[in-house]
Design a binder for this molecule. Structure first.
Ligand code: HEM
Length: 443
């Protein structure tokens, strides 16, 4: 499979047009280069094993200007927490900007589809955010997640039965495409009452949107991705506008929602909220499940143990979230000149919070490189962010990953990883990282 993020012929950031991705790159700090000179956030080396780079950033340059993207990389746990807990100084407005600027031809494709993403959830620093967020949290609170467990178990069982049949027939099966990727999509469709689109289409739209906004695609690839993101947006707009959604569905709740001034929510913002939830609610969790399975399959003794020990499952998921989370970074933009980690940042500086690196900060986690399910502070990682925008889907994601791991270990007790000839293909976007293949056979 071709992975554009790993394609060395990709154009990087030279296609600039002043569009949504053209970030304000501050001046290079003195001494830039040095051991961090070779850092390429989309490069094969970084994507395969970001930890040596993240360690270097934390210890040598905790707030570092990355010339390749124009972003300031913030890598210490305490600095990232400070940023996330101060949304007035560090605004979320740039959370969904395209990191690779969109050429005019691509912007035209998106404009033809009526594509726009006004502030709604992750990119919303205005007073409409708390109310919109409440609509989301109502759908994914602890009660709803607990009620969803039988649904998740049923869907996991069905998918694994099919995987079992393919292993019996063909000798192996790729649990990424047949299980990890599909399960969260089908769960989300059930929870949000979506029935008029097939999961494969939703997954294709969602993955295309991630790559378009967080990847380093070539201009041709950007056009292809923009078509798909446009189709996704059109479908959402039709779904929102026709008013066919049931009153107790997520879209029905958005239709009833009132803004702080009492006005109804405009359809563009409702579509933007759906766009983010539909992507965040499935792709990230699929990526988490893929990493959880891969790591569990290579950890001696873990696969049989998770069948017996309830706590071992949750703790394993938590350690993967700390050490190898699917959402590796998140963005903020500086609202006023401010000092951070000893560096003076100008207003407009775009920050990339290295969430993955913060989970291995030795100031917070002892022996960070060890998967240690008995850590006292096992949940102190920032894989779901913190503060006003903290992920409202965290409980669902944790539950799905735990159910998926237990069901896979039960349903495929003899599973062993099949190594591909060229290693594991990896998804390597600015903010999303995961194995794209979890091929297993009976061992
Ligand atoms: C392993 C899976 C997931 C990870 C690692 C993850 C991570 C994140 C992160 C890092 C943020 C930004 C937090 C911040 O700015 O402080 C976020 C926001 C968000 N996530 Fe998740 N997420 C996951 C799954 C989900 C799921 C399953 C849903 C929905 C069902 C979801 C919905 C959202 C929403 C709506 C926001 C924006 C919240 C706001 O701005 O108030 N996420 N997530």
């Amino acid at each position: 499979m071709r992975i554009p993020a790993l394609d060395t012929s990709a154009p990087g950031t030279e296609v600039r047009d002043g569009g949504p991705g053209s970030g304000a790159a501050g001046p290079l700090p003195p001494g830039a280069g040095g051991p961090l000179g070779g850092l390429d956030l989309f490069g094969d080396g970084f994507v395969r094993d970001p930890h040596p780079w993240l360690d270097l950033l934390r210890s040598q340059a905790p707030v570092h200007h990355d010339a390749g993207t124009g972003l300031w990389l913030v890598s210490r746990h305490q600095d990232i927490r400070r940023v996330l807990l101060d949304p007035a100084t560090f605004r979320p407005d740039n959370a969904q900007h395209a990191v690779t600027p969109l050429p005019v031809a691509v912007l035209r494709v998106l404009a033809r589809a009526g594509f726009q993403l006004p502030p709604a959830l992750a990119n919303n620093g205005t007073d409409s955010h708390p109310g919109l967020r409440r609509v989301v949290t109502r759908f994914f609170n602890a009660r709803r997640v607990a009620e969803a467990v039988p649904v998740i178990e049923r869907l996991a069982g069905e998918l694994l039965e099919a995987a079992r049949a393919r292993i019996d027939a063909d000798g192996e099966d790729d649990l990424f495409t047949s299980f990890a990727q599909v399960l969260p999509c089908r769960v989300l469709m059930e929870l949000l009452d979506i029935h008029d689109v097939d999961p494969a289409t939703l997954i294709r739209w969602s993955d295309a949107s991630l790559e378009l906004f967080w990847g380093r695609p070539t201009p041709d690839r950007q056009l292809e991705l923009a078509q798909r993101a446009g189709e996704f947006h059109r479908w959402l707009t039709t779904t929102v506008r026709t008013g066919k959604a049931t009153a107790d569905s997520f879209i029905g709740a958005l239709a009833r929602h009132r803004l702080p001034d009492g006005a109804p929510l405009d359809p563009q913002t409702a579509v933007a909220a759906c766009f983010f939830v539909f992507i965040a609610g499935q792709s990230t969790t699929g990526q988490l499940i893929a990493t959880v399975l891969r790591r569990a399959l290579v950890e001696p003794g873990l696969w049989p143990r998770v069948v017996q020990e309830e706590e071992a499952v949750g703790a394993w998921v938590e350690e993967v979230l700390r050490r190898e989370p699917p959402v590796t970074t998140w963005r903020r933009v500086v609202a006023r000149p401010v000092e951070l980690g000893g560096v003076e940042l100008p207003a407009g500086a775009q920050l990339l919070l290295m969430l993955m690196g913060s989970g291995s900060d030795p100031e917070v986690f002892t022996d960070p490189e060890r998967m240690c399910p008995h850590r006292a502070n096992i949940r102190h990682h920032l894989a779901f962010g913190t503060g006003r925008h903290r992920c409202p889907g965290a409980s669902l994601a944790r539950t799905e990953a735990a159910v998926a791991l237990r069901a896979a270990a039960r349903g495929l007790p003899k599973a062993r990883l099949v190594a591909g000839a060229e290693g594991t293909p990896m998804l390597g976007l600015l903010s999303f990282r995961a194995p794209l293949r979890v091929a297993v056979a009976d061992g």
